[in-house]
Structure formats: C-alpha cells, structure tokens
Ligand binder design. Structure first.
Ligand code: PLP
Length: 232
C-alpha cells in the first residue's frame, strides 16, 4: 500500500470518528476542526494531507516547523503551533503560525505580541490549561486559577487575538471529567471575552471525550499518520 493510500484510509477513519462523536453529542461536524499534528513527519506527508483536503496542520518544535513551512510554501495551509514554546522562539513562530495553542505564561504574551507586530500579522492564541494535579503537575499549561489573568493579558495584547482554551488530557486520569473541567473554565473565560469561542482538546486516543465536552479543535497525530517512534 502506498503512503498516500495509508494516510487516506486513516484520515477517513478519523473523520468518521469525529462525525460519530458529533452525532452522539448533538453537534455539527462542521463545528469541529481537525488539526493533523505532523511533528516528526516529513513534508511529503503534509503534501499528501493537503491533497486529501486537510488545511490545518500542527507542529510542536519551531526549528522543525520552519523547514516544513518553507518547503510547503506553495500550499495554502494554516499552521498551528502546539508545543512548549521558548520565549526566544516566539518571534519565529509568529512569522508562520496562524494559531498558537500553548501560551501558558505572561512572559510569552509580550514576546508573541512583539513578534506578531514585527511580522505584520495577527496571531490567534489559545491559553493552555494544566489539567494535571499532584505529581504530574507542571508539564506545561497554566494552573486553572491563573487562567483568567493570562487570558486578560492576551486579550489586551494589540497583535494577539484570544480565541479560547487548550489542554492535554492528564496522564493516569480519565479524560472525560478533565475535559468537563476545561469546558467549565471556558464558559467563564467566554463570559469575559466573547470572542474566545474555541476549545482545543482531544488527541488520537480521546477525541470523542473532547468533542462531547465541546472541543472545536481536535489535534490528531498518530491516528492519521501512524505511531511515532519517539514519544513526544
Ligand atoms: C503530539 C501531540 C498531539 C497529537 O497526539 P496523538 O496522540 O499522536 O494524536 C496533540 N497535541 C499535542 C500538544 C501534541 O504534542
């Protein structure tokens, strides 16, 4: 089987899962955007995805993303940055990303805002929430109690648009209750920031739970492109 056939089959299966989850949740499939996470995968895979109608792709390392963005400049893709972000990479990310899903501290806000201004483009920002508790806390994401202040900082930044919240399901806990906590926090944030309507949650293993909780953006890697060798 060719790589294109393999990806096409996987993509159909994931789109079917999204559609079924939407039916179960009483939601429209058009309200859920599939962001295919292409980290560690070659640009040729992204070309195949684009041929199959995928327009949103996500990367988690700036250096890797920069190379692919350059190689695929002829395609009309929306790039999502989903990884832990260093302040000194913010200006680079602002040049190609349409969305950043991983803003989790105030110092990143000013760096991204400056980067977006220099790049002459707006940047859509999800604030990443840390849903972990106990020993796994602190793997990225803002503690829930700090989320309102961080969202206010993003909303106040001239070149950033606060679009919503993002989270990764906690390790060693069922995803559904964690995504429900995220959705409750999103309701509070939306009350203060009416433009913040998006929720980025759900990956290959838990996209159904995320869609049930209201996810508008699911970030799916291995279910479309196969298992990665390196776990990241
Ligand atoms: C890798 C990654 C994903 C995709 O994970 P899969 O389990 O391969 O679907 C989603 N979100 C983030 C932040 C990631 O780093």
């Amino acid at each position: 089987m060719s790589r294109a056939d393999e990806i096409a089959g996987n993509l159909t299966a994931v789109r079917d899962r999204i559609a079924a989850a939407c039916r179960a949740a009483g939601r429209e499939p058009a309200d859920v955007t599939l962001v295919v996470i292409t980290k560690t995968r070659p640009a040729s895979d992204i070309r195949i995805l684009a041929d199959l109608g995928v327009s949103d792709v996500g990367e988690n390392r700036d250096q890797e993303a920069v190379g692919k963005v350059a190689e695929l400049a002829d395609l009309d893709l929306s790039w999502h940055f989903v990884g832990q972000l260093q302040r000194n990479k913010a200006a680079s990310v602002a040049r190609y990303a349409r969305y950043v899903h991983s803003v989790d501290r105030p110092r990143l806000v000013s760096a991204l805002d400056a980067g977006a201004q220099r790049a002459g483009r707006g940047l859509r920002v999800f604030v990443q929430v840390d849903l972990e508790s106990g020993e796994h806390a602190g793997r990225g994401g803002c503690p829930p109690s700090d989320v309102p202040a961080l969202c206010a900082a993003v909303a106040a930044a001239e070149h950033l648009d606060l679009v919503g919240l993002m989270a990764v399901a906690p390790l060693e806990q069922p995803p559904a209750p964690a995504f429900e906590r995220l959705a409750e926090l999103q309701v509070r944030i939306h009350a203060d920031h009416p433009a913040a309507t998006l929720l980025s949650a759900g990956m290959s293993g838990d996209l159904e739970d995320a869609i049930m909780a209201g996810a508008t953006h699911v970030r799916v890697g291995s279910a479309v492109l196969g298992e990665r060798d390196d776990v990241r």
